[in-house]
Design a protein around this ligand. Structure first.
Ligand SMILES: Nc1ncnc2c1ncn2[C@@H]1O[C@H](COP(=O)(O)OP(=O)(O)O)[C@@H](O)[C@H]1O
Ligand SMILES: CC(=O)N[C@@H](CCC(=O)OP(=O)(O)O)C(=O)O
Length: 303
């Protein structure tokens, strides 16, 4: 019998080798982060595309299955805006914080604690995980008080932004109990006050504080931009506290990036080893950021 002729070369092994190399690259990271807590801020702007949402959910489940403890804190700014628009109301922001009157607070609770949270929980569960949705009320997780927002240019001036909260304290016991039991907590940024009143809290601030209190190894914030950009639109891959002060002062950082950077820096200063702001528009950016050698977006350092 003659030897079989091989007319077309089989190139599939090349693609397979690339894939295998990427998988092998993950090994030291899986070892490094095994048993460690990773806080993931899933921004409202990063969650507008269904395919990307499904990728995100798969990534979270994979991280959990290889032994890490992912905790998701979600935002939902654009989703709240949409709901307000349907009521004929327009969202307004001061220094990245939504002005929250009573009616807006109702919408915030209903959108964040309902639709947005349950969508994420559903997607994670569909990807094979066991997600549980919480608001700051559940298990007494987030105590808050009314935020005092001082004007950035005139610190003698204070803005009244209604039911916006700043975090007074976090009791992480419910999160710890869930993560120890193989669940993935998905947290809405709503806090409660001494009279049981609700507060709308910026999700970046919740994610940062939670990372600090849980002594997380890593905080990854997914947003809808490559990372922090300078005035020329170039990506700043590394930021220290000193450089951040300069960028605040010269107005390079504005809007929703203000609380994000402030929170990220607080987390870095209080011992979270790695704090990253990454582009949630990149498919599987969470896995790429955590499990490969490649650096993505902006890393925030305390010094
Ligand atoms: N220097 C900057 N670099 C990058 N983004 C910036 C900067 N200053 C302001 N921004 C704005 O911050 C936005 C991200 O914050 P935000 O809209 O609150 O997103 P998220 O929903 O992810 O929290 C960007 O889309 C951009 O418009
Ligand atoms: C006080 C305040 O601004 N709260 C935010 C909470 C949601 C959030 O932070 O969503 P993103 O992460 O998508 O921006 C808001 O009402 O929009």
């Amino acid at each position: 019998m003659s030897a079989p002729t091989d007319t077309s070369p089989d190139l599939s092994h090349i693609a397979a080798r690339d894939k295998a190399e990427i998988l092998a690259q993950a090994l030291p990271y899986i070892r490094k982060y095994h048993g460690k807590t990773l806080v993931i801020k899933y921004g409202g702007n990063a969650m507008t595309d269904p395919a990307l949402q499904a990728d995100f959910a798969e990534d979270v489940v994979l991280l959990k299955l290889v032994g890490m403890n992912p905790i998701v804190v979600h935002g939902g700014g654009p989703q709240i805006d949409e709901a307000l628009n349907r009521l004929g109301k327009k969202g307004t922001f001061i220094q990245g914080m939504r002005v929250t009157d009573e009616e807006t607070m109702e919408v915030v609770e209903w959108v964040l604690g309902g639709e947005v949270q349950q969508d994420i929980v559903g997607l994670i569960n569909a990807a094979g995980g066991k997600a549980v949705g919480l608001t700051g009320r559940d298990g007494g997780l987030i105590r808050a008080r009314k935020m005092k927002l001082l004007d950035r240019d005139d610190p003698n001036k204070e803005h009244d932004i209604g039911q916006v909260g700043e975090i007074e304290s976090i009791d992480p016991s419910v999160v710890k109990a869930l993560q120890d039991d193989a669940f993935i907590p998905v947290i809405s940024p709503i806090g409660f006050g001494t009279h049981n009143e609700s507060y709308n809290i910026n999700a970046d601030l919740v994610a940062s504080k939670l990372a600090e209190v849980l002594k997380a190894e890593k905080l990854v914030m997914l947003t809808n931009i490559r990372g922090v950009l300078d005035k020329a639109g170039d990506l700043l891959t590394d930021l220290t506290a000193k450089r951040i002060d300069e960028l605040f002062a010269d107005g390079t950082i504005s809007g929703g990036m203000l609380p994000k950077i402030a929170g990220a820096l607080d987390a870095a200063k209080s011992g979270v080893n790695a704090v990253h702001i990454v582009d949630g528009r990149v498919p599987h950016v969470l896995l790429l950021e955590i499990l490969t050698d490649q650096a993505y977006g902006t890393m925030i350092r305390s010094h």
